[in-house]
Write a protein that binds this ligand. Sequence first.
Ligand code: ADP
Length: 187
Amino acid sequence: MSESKGNLAVWQGGTVWLTGLPSAGKTTIAMGLAEHLQADGHRVQVLDGDEVRAALSAELGFSKEDRDINVRRIGYVAGLLAGHGVTVLVPVIAPYALSRATVQDLHAARDLPYVEIHVATSVEICADRDVKGLYARQAAGELSGLTGADDVYEVPVDPDLRVDTQHQTVNESVRQVRALLTARGLS
Ligand code: ADP
């Protein structure tokens, strides 16, 4: 939803968290969505998991505790941006329900819109896509603690939307998320 200030549309900010396994399609959907939203005049920030980890959480590993801290940090930054009218797209695994809930609560406490999207691609399809070669490395014993393979992913019980990428084109998935944002006054 936008209000008009002079000729400028001022959009309501908010955070859209795309959670799911590695290679589920989180980044692809976020980038596609960002293009659409920017074309319509939104201020958009994608908080890429690898980039933000390198910038804000380089000292952290992939234990439960470290993953939780990382997710809370990202959630905090997302909230700051959302509070300034930015649509923040967060394609980050966030495997634990409690840390996702913490981020949601942080937004609720500031009355900021928050949408949880479960990019619900099966581990078999993700391992087949294996965009970064992580599943192959895990299978070869070169890496451990890979979410969905040998580490926990707590499936969201009640997300705002589940996206079934294995039966959709990228454009269809992007449109599905966009439709939800429109319904929530975020687009
Ligand atoms: P993630 O960010 O979840 O680790 P990526 O977005 O980097 O995953 O990779 C997902 C891969 O799946 C990409 O190669 C993308 O083209 C492909 N893909 C196929 N169908 C879809 C879809 N409907 N939505 C998103 N990605 C899809």
